[in-house]
Write a protein that binds this ligand. Sequence first.
Ligand code: PHE
Length: 434
Amino acid sequence: MAATGAAVGLGNIWKFPYLTGEHGGSAFVLVYIVCVAALGIPMMMAEVMLGRRGRQTPVNTLRTLAAEAKVSQGWQVIGWCGTLAGMLILSYYSVIGGWTLAYILYSATGTFSGITGEGASALFNQFVQNPAAQIGWHTAFMIMTMYIVARGVQSGLEKAVQYLMPALFGLLLVLVAYATTTGYFWQGLTFLFTPDFSQLSGTSMLTAMGQAFFSLSLGMGTIMIYGSYVPKGTSIASTSVSIALSDTLVALLAGMAIFPIVFANGLEPRAGPSLIFETIPVAFGHMTGGLLFGTLFFLLLLVAAWTSSISLIEPAVTLLIENYRMTRLRAAWWCGMVTWLLGFGTAFSFNLWAQVRVFGMTFFDNLDFLTSNLMLPFGGILIAIFAGWLLSPDTSRTELNIASPWGYSLWRVLIRYVAPVAVSVVLLHAIGVL
Ligand code: PHE
């Protein structure tokens, strides 16, 4: 349940639809689904397994397991790289989390009532173009995250997630139901599910794969931390499959809700990060009870973002606590400060620095590319090699404890060959080496 809470977040509802739109729809979705099934599930099983065996922060888990497997301590790099990736991701995640906060307020005060597509775009543009507002909301979201991390009381939040996540799911269904009334539902479905391979470039494939890692929280050690709490008797395989299924379902539902609204209102599927903030208000602005449902929706999206943000920074905080003997409060303070400051780069990417381009991309786009498309897949390759080649088969067989021998062999082929090769090929192809 807790890992599902960490996996389901802005990645599913904000990022998946906008990337799908930017990369032309269906073919991107197909590659994404294939990546979740063939790479994501075996990778998640590997991470949960390593975490359960190591039972520490990722850096230290890798140290212990590398010693056990009698291989170089250099494998700790997986932990370091993932820990850094988590902080980098949180720095921009928090800015978008701030948008969600602001949208709760907009919704509750009736701003969306009767709003048109054009009106929603204008509202969003006006909002992001104000640097002070961006910093303010980003700060608020960071405080919320660090408050929980500093107190180390995740249990209350995890209990809340048990009820709030199904509620979010329910509201997504309400949005999909609204989408069926727009007259453009089929067009939305066609866009999502009728593969058009002409749209598929190397970068699109890499982005789809990176999104699979991002959405499942893989390649950075978060899942290892959750794995370290998994009791011995629990089946790692079925837990991983169920996390992956719910995560994907939420993303697909978000897509099914959003694209019909995009087409019905003459909005641009390639709008980018603003996509859900320009479409969802239109839906709530036109349905009965929209004020209540809309406010609730952004509130639940906030909770989803919140649980994910905690798991993004937890590896860094536990590292400082375990290895540098810091108190939790101090560790949280330092990690939070650094991440918060870095977030300014993203907050300004939509206003003051919108024209500043490196490699043709804004600060935010560069950070996102670096983390989702390079660091997470790279971490994934290393984790796959470690789990598939270096950890003894006896260990992985006992830890995974899959009933059918066939299931274990399938996992082993996927993790030893398919995952490292496929991820490397896509990675090298997209950066122009292959
Ligand atoms: N999976 C989260 C989401 O979809 C983001 C995340 C990535 C969380 C990596 C933790 C680690 O929003």
